[in-house]
Write a protein that binds this ligand. Sequence first.
Ligand SMILES: [Zn+2]
Length: 299
Amino acid sequence: MLLLFVDGVGLAPASDHNPFSTAPSPALRRLLGGPLTREAVDGDRGNGLVLAALDASFGVPGLPQSATGQTALFTGVDAPGALGRHVSAFPGGRLKEMLARESVFRRAAERGLAATFANPFTPGYLRRIAAGGRRLSASTHAVAAAGLRFRDLDDLARDRAVTWDVERDLFAERVGEAGEVRPVAAAEAGRHLADLAGGHHLTLYETFFTDLAGHRRWDLDPGDAVRRVDGLLEGVLAHRPEELTVVLTSDHGNLEDASHTLHTENPVPLLVVGPAAGRFAGLDRLDQVAGAILEVLAE
Ligand SMILES: [Zn+2]
């Protein structure tokens, strides 16, 4: 199973300010018969394809945020409900405990399954993880507590990792210490990801380009974010081993409404392709994904 976590992507109706309906996205449109918008939600479409809308608000007031949303996704715990609020950016105390104890990666590893995190990390970030530094992502906490090896720049050089920006250009530019990094087309990165996922029971890939573009951080273009995700998906689906199920979802809305730069209360997409897709058809809340992943892995 391959979990594609795209940060800050909700499902909104098609409109002039929804980059999923205005920007080209050939792979998504081919798959869904149209863009990744609210209109495309149709539950189980059969033939190993599901598109559902997941509530990311959990009945908790305020805009859904990353730390609680990602904890809910990776652990299956109603993190916003437990804390009584949405927590942004990086998880602290209680969320870190949930991520350490309850994540799908830890449970998979405890069952002796091969799990991996596809993103590469620089030596500086790896030192911060080892030191238990502050301001680490939910994924980082979950993966570290599961005892999984973090991929590094050597893995990237061998195409055994996929960077958060998909095409490596911003990764190289922003990270500073990335050294010589060969840029790749999004579809090629998707092929690398499919190859990696084919060799593991559970693979996580995370991109926050989508959320950064929704916030217009670094002047990133929302349409470019859609293009990168679409190209990645194209490569993954073209090279997906038959037995691999691909699950794409998010933690909260943002990118799908380019009329402002804040998060949204829109539901997030749950797009599933592959033999286990039907097992995800009835889900309607973000904290139900982890349980479905574990059920499928247990088979
Ligand atoms: Zn987020």
